[in-house]
Ligand binder design. Structure first.
Ligand SMILES: Nc1ncnc2c1ncn2[C@@H]1O[C@H](COP(=O)(O)OP(=O)(O)O)[C@@H](O)[C@H]1O
Ligand SMILES: [Mg+2]
Length: 366
């Protein structure tokens, strides 16, 4: 396997700037996930790496070669799409081996690689079936197998799980991760689903409007989002945002949200002056209903009115009004909650995120 380097990669469709200058290093054996909202340029960037779109500007290195002008088939990549794109009139075995046959591999070699892929993917029993005789999950496994038999240096996936139902999606997600680990493969995987991104990635690349907003490990982007966009995009349900101000008192520094002062560790932030506006970010799990979960040590007590409770069994999501602001809280070991009920809450000051009210950049010291 090999590494992939992007330098100032730009894509122009006519005069529309779809990719605005992306720098990225994907190390050998990394599972890298491009994530971002629909239309942000994930597929375009992947297709530029695959050689299915020209590169308007910048350079792309795969292994030790700049491949800007290398045709797709000579880049050592294999791509799996959302639609399986299998040949309907061919058996699974022939679908797996077709690319190898075209490239002139021997029958023994084709059989060896197809059997190995079928083994790893559990496709053995289906080798003589046509795609129409397979479930969606099985078809997607054939598509993955077809990429595997090419023994590429880099696997590229464009939303391969989007057509599967929830259960199969989870199952196939685990399989893809396991395969990547077994093969120690370099993988670039596109999704708009932040849960997929978090669970699969060694390295997450968050894209917006053709630009990289942040790269890092899943924990990095979750714990230290660089701006309000990343903070709101990663994590489900989304982070709550509250307009606040800075207050400095004898007890230390706090952020004021409505009538609540939440104490914070000021040394972690580059804070604006007292009284200045700041955007407070609090994740649902950091708003802890009294008696549910561990009460945060450093925090502020308040209460909220329940507008709606979404019961998930192991937890409930409470949609609350706290001092005039709508917030979502996570309730562990839930009980039945009535609409209109008043719930006592503790807001975790040690988990507060703070963003510049104008630029939306995090004010956390890096
Ligand atoms: N062939 C094309 N011609 C013109 N614009 C395109 C083309 N392909 C994609 N785009 C535009 O580029 C932007 C990024 O698209 P895409 O990479 O498909 O986004 P994503 O995969 O993140 O949903 C979108 O605004 C899209 O409309
Ligand atoms: Mg796409």
């Amino acid at each position: 396997m090999v590494s992939v380097k992007l330098r100032d990669m730009v894509k122009l469709y006519g005069d529309y700037l779809a990719i605005k200058g992306v720098d990225l290093d994907i190390e050998d054996g990394t599972f890298c996930v491009f994530v971002g909202p629909s239309g942000c340029g994930k597929s375009t960037l992947l297709r530029m790496i695959a050689g299915l779109e020209t590169i308007s500007h910048g350079s792309l290195t795969i292994g030790d070669r700049v491949v800007n002008d290398v045709p797709s088939r000579d880049r050592g990549i294999a791509m799996v799409f959302q639609s399986y794109a299998l040949y309907p009139h061919m058996s699974v075995r022939d679908n797996l081996g077709f690319g190898l046959k075209i490239s002139g591999a021997s029958n023994e070699e084709i059989a060896r690689r197809c059997d190995a892929a079928a083994d790893m993917l559990g496709l053995g029993p289906y080798m003589e079936r046509r795609p129409s005789q397979l479930s969606g999950g099985q078809r997607q496994r054939v598509a993955i197998g077809r990429a595997m038999v090419r023994e590429p240096d880099v696997f590229l996936f464009d939303e391969p799980l989007s057509n599967l139902d929830a259960k199969l999606r989870n199952q196939t997600r685990v399989e893809i991760k396991r395969l990547q680990q077994q093969l120690a493969a370099t993988v670039i995987f596109v999704t708009h689903d932040q849960v997929e991104a978090m669970t699969l990635a060694d390295k997450i690349v968050v894209l917006r409007d053709g630009l990289v907003e942040q790269t890092g490990t899943p924990l990095d982007v979750f714990e230290r989002p660089r701006n309000k966009f990343v903070a709101g995009f990663i994590g489900a349900p989304s982070m709550n945002f509250i307009d606040g101000t800075i207050v400095r008192g004898p007890g230390g520094v706090a952020v004021r949200a409505g009538n609540v002062d939440i104490p914070i560790n000021a040394e972690h932030f580059d804070l604006p002056a007292e009284g200045e506006a700041i955007t407070i970010g609090l994740r649902p799990e950091d708003i802890v209903p009294e008696g549910h979960g561990q009460a945060p040590e450093m925090g502020a007590d308040t209460e909220g009115q329940v507008g709606f409770a979404e019961m998930l069994g192991n937890e409930s999501l409470l949609f609350l009004t706290v001092a005039g602001t709508e917030l979502v809280a996570r309730m562990q070991r839930p009980r039945i909650v009535e609409t209109g009920e008043t719930i006592r809450l503790r807001l975790d000051g040690s988990r507060v995120h703070l963003f510049d009210a104008k630029t939306e950049e995090s004010v956390r010291k890096q």
